[in-house]
Write a protein that binds this ligand. Structure first.
Ligand SMILES: Cc1cc2nc3c(=O)[nH]c(=O)nc-3n(C[C@H](O)[C@H](O)[C@H](O)COP(=O)(O)OP(=O)(O)OC[C@H]3O[C@@H](n4cnc5c(N)ncnc54)[C@H](O)[C@@H]3O)c2cc1C
Length: 409
């Protein structure tokens, strides 16, 4: 495939046509084509560095595309009210406009170094049981994200194991918000993801209930204001200090049992900073008292939420879907391909010097969600900063000069 580009022509390698001894060369190999890897491509291109970008997924975009394509992205300057999918659609042509080689559908299986310090990155393509493909480069940028992502749904919730795998009752994130049109949806969680999902779904869902085990939500003041407004309009129910204790699905009847965390504990007082952040106006929405239930009577809240049958301290909610937004457990077994290189890996993430984004391995950089350093935030904007910094460091080392000879061989 040859794609017209503003600056240059994309070189696409057909794996089937490669001889077994084929070794490609670039100044830089970028592993991962999520936001961080893509923007590293842009930085390489604009700096005149040739690059190969590799991703296991068949298309670029990383977790934005794989996990939440229809959720709006927040906190990215210049991209107000845009879905993750649309954001990536704009990012890809910008970042891959320069001459490069892209290997999508290829998984990096190993990285080694030659005697002169050149990296050799070995990949295998998903659909081909062919010989591995090798790319040599003076520099490597690892932008491999959070590796394997597994939704963090507590296994202790009663009934969870009995939900059929084919059921769409229990979910971890919304892939297509259309599926929630006209539905009763419960969202579990109180952080940014839970609030983001709630705000995306509320306009189209029949009802949304946001259930959080703590007594306040953790998100920006702007989002709190929106939540508060929706809650006042009656389209959103906010249930705090409450856990999900059981899930049951019998035929078309899907029930979420919620249990009050601690009926006797008073709601915590907001700190000064919280008051400054939220202001009293929407604090009334955020610090919502959960009505006490009795086993004999039903409360207004219970009726509104479609509740039926309960024990003390417990409510049952009829919904179509429950979305858990408790984050993801990152399983870092994919990083086994880094073992030969042995960078400093802490808690499944790669430690870097934030001043350079270089790992403990010389000329090997890491950026995006895969890295760890003090006060690292796993969001889109830091990916840009980190990619820019890594490529600046590479450029300052004179990658062009170092690799020119090798490319001409
Ligand atoms: C549900 C959810 C909602 C979010 N909402 C927002 C938001 O609104 N605003 C915001 O700023 N941030 C948000 N984030 C965070 C943001 O998406 C991430 O910080 C950002 O996408 C990280 O990009 P990345 O390039 O580091 O990693 P990724 O996007 O994870 O990309 C890494 C890529 O590396 C590839 N890869 C890994 N190992 C290999 C290998 N061995 N070989 C080949 N390829 C490999 C993977 O396939 C993947 O495509 C959200 C995250 C989640 C989970």
């Amino acid at each position: 495939m040859e794609r017209g580009a503003r600056y240059n022509i994309v070189v696409t390698v057909r794996v089937s046509s490669l001889s077994k001894a084929y070794m490609m060369r670039s100044d830089v190999v970028i592993i991962g084509a999520g936001v961080a890897g893509l923007y590293a491509g842009y930085c390489c291109g604009i700096s005149g560095l040739s690059f190969t970008i590799i991703d296991s997924l068949a298309k670029p975009g990383g977790q934005c595309i794989a996990l939440y394509p229809e959720k709006k992205v927040y906190g990215v300057p210049g991209f107000h009210d845009v879905t993750a999918c649309d954001f990536i659609d704009k990012l890809v042509p910008q970042c891959l406009a320069f001459e490069h080689t892209e290997l999508f559908g290829h998984t990096v299986e190993m990285i080694n170094t030659e005697d002169d310090g050149t990296f050799v990155v070995q990949t295998r393509s998903m659909g081909h049981a062919k010989k591995p493909l090798c790319i040599s480069a003076r520099y490597v940028i690892i932008a491999a994200g959070i590796c394997d992502m597994k939704p963090n749904i507590p296994a202790t919730i009663a009934g969870l194991q009995d939900i059929s795998e084919s059921s769409d009752f229990v979910q971890s994130c919304c892939m297509k918000i259309d599926m929630y049109k006209g539905k009763d949806v419960a969202i579990a969680g109180g952080g940014d993801s839970a609030v983001d999902f709630a705000l995306s779904i509320i306009p189209i869902a029949k009802s949304v209930i946001l259930i959080h085990r703590r007594d306040k939500l953790t998100c920006s003041a702007v989002k709190l204001r929106s939540i508060s407004e929706w809650e006042r309009s009656g389209k959103l129910k906010l249930i705090l200090k409450t856990n999900i204790s059981e899930l049951t699905e019998r035929g078309n009847e899907r029930v979420v049992t919620i249990t009050r965390d601690d009926g006797n504990r008073p709601l915590s007082k907001p700190s000064e900073s919280e008051l400054l952040l939220g202001g009293t106006e929407h604090r009334s929405g955020v610090y919502l008292e959960v009505h006490e239930h009795s086993s004999t009577g039903s409360t207004q809240q219970e009726a509104d939420c479609g509740g039926f049958g309960m024990r003390s301290n417990e409510s049952k909610l009829k919904v179509d879907h429950i979305i858990f937004c408790y984050g993801f457990v990152a399983r870092c077994h994919k990083l086994t391909w880094l073992h030969a290189l042995a960078p400093d890996i802490k808690d499944g993430m790669i430690a870097v010097d934030v001043n350079t984004m270089e790992t403990s391995v010389k000329n090997c950089y890491a950026i995006g969600d895969v890295v760890i350093y003090a006060n690292k935030s796993k969001n889109i904007v830091p990916c840009f900063f980190e990619a820019d910094r890594a490529v600046r460091m590479i450029k300052s080392k004179g990658a062009d000069a170092v690799h020119k000879d090798k490319r001409s061989t």
